[in-house]
Design a protein around this ligand. Structure first.
Ligand code: NAP
Length: 259
C-alpha cells in the first residue's frame, strides 16, 4: 500500500532514539522527510541506519524544555522545505515524581519537561498543518490510564496528552487536520534498558513484566510502534481522528487471567 507520505515533512521530537527512532526510520522507509528535534546528538548507529534508507532527513539539536526556541525552529523548517505535513510529539521520560515526596514546584517542572513542549510544538506548527491538511501524533503512556503508584507528574502529563489529542482533533476538525495518540505500555528502548538496570535482578524483573504482557509475553518493539505511527499519520488513515491507539500486546485491556 502506498501511504502517500513521499516527500512529506514530519517533525519528530526525540526522534533519534528509542520509540522516536523507530518512527523516524519507518517514516524514512515511506519516503517522508523526518526532521528530528532532540537533545543529544544522534548516535553513529542511528545515522548509519537512517542513511541506509535516505539522506533526506535532518537532525536539529534542541532541549525542548527551552520552549521559547521551538517556534523559530518550526518556522525555519517550514520556510526551507516549503511546508510541514506532520508532528510527532514523542520526547519525554518517566521521572518518578511520587505523591508523598514531590513538591508542587517539582511537579510543575516535570510537567514542563513532559507536556509543555507537546503543546508548543503543535501550537507553533498549526498554521502549516492547516495548509497541508496534515496530521498530529502524540505518544502517551499506559500510566495515564492505569497509574503506576509513584509517578504523579508523569501520569498527569500523559493523561493531559490524551486530553489534548481529543481537543486538537475537535479544534481542527474543519481544517482537515487529524490528531491521534499511540499509547505505549512496555517497549524496549534505551530509557527502558536504563530503568531495568536499577533493579537488583534486572533479568528477573524483565520476566515479571513480560509474563504480564498477554500477546507473546514480550516487549513491544520500536519498529512496531513506528509502523503503526506511519499509517496513523498518513493520508491513508484519512477518517481516523481523536483516537487513542494501543500498541501494547493487549497489556491495558485484556483479561488479567490470561496466561
Ligand atoms: P528514550 O529511549 O529516552 O528516547 C527519548 C528521546 O527523547 C531521547 O533521544 C531523549 O534525549 C529525547 N528527549 C527527552 N526529553 C527531551 C527534551 N526535553 N528535549 C529534547 N529531547 C528530549 O525514551 P523512549 O522509551 O523511546 O520514550 C519515548 C516516549 O514514549 C516518551 O514520551 C515516553 O514517555 C513514552 N513511553 C515509553 C514507554 C516505554 O516502554 N519505553 C512506555 C510508555 C510511554 P536524551 O537522549 O538526551 O535523553
Amino acid at each position: 500500500m502506498d501511504l502517500q507520505l513521499n516527500g512529506k515533512v514530519v517533525l519528530i521530537s526525540g526522534g533519534g532514539k528509542g520509540i522516536g527512532s523507530g518512527i523516524s526510520l519507518s517514516l524514512a522507509r515511506e519516503g517522508a522527510i523526518p526532521i528530528i528535534l532532540s537533545r543529544s546528538a544522534i548516535t553513529e548507529e542511528f545515522k548509519k541506519n537512517i542513511e541506509a534508507i535516505t539522506t533526506n532527513y535532518e537532525f536539529i539539536q534542541i532541549d525542548l524544555n527551552e520552549t521559547e526556541k521551538i517556534q523559530g525552529i518550526v518556522d525555519d523548517v517550514a520556510k526551507r522545505y516549503g511546508g510541514i505535513y506532520g508532528v510527532v510529539n514523542n520526547a519525554g521520560a518517566n521521572d518518578n515524581k511520587a505523591l508523598e515526596t514531590t513538591s508542587w514546584q517539582e511537579f510543575e517542572k516535570s510537567l514542563h519537561g513532559n507536556l509543555t513542549h507537546y503543546y508548543e510544538l503543535v501550537h507553533a506548527t498549526v498554521k502549516y498543518l492547516k495548509a497541508s491538511k496534515g496530521s498530529i501524533l502524540n505518544i502517551s503512556s499506559k500510566t495515564a490510564l492505569t497509574g503506576q503508584g509513584k509517578t504523579s507528574a508523569y501520569a498527569a502529563a500523559k493523561g493531559a496528552i490524551l486530553g489534548l489529542t481529543r481537543e486538537w482533533a475537535a479544534a481542527l476538525i474543519k481544517d482537515g487536520v487529524r490528531s491521534n495518540a499511540i499509547v505505549v505500555s512496555e517497549c524496549w528502548t534505551p530509557l527502558y534498558a536504563n530503568w531495568i538496570k536499577t533493579f537488583d535482578d534486572p533479568e528477573a524483573r524483565k520476566k515479571v513484566i513480560t509474563d504480564k504482557i498477554p500477546f507473546e509475553h514480550r516487549f513491544t518493539t520500536v519498529d512496531e510502534i513506528g509502523d503503526t505511527a506511519v499509517f496513523v499519520l498518513s493520508p491513508k488513515s484519512s477518517h481516523t481522528t481523536g483516537q487513542w491507539i494501543f500498541v501494547d500486546g493487549g497489556y491495558v485491556h485484556l483479561d488479567r487471567a490470561l496466561d
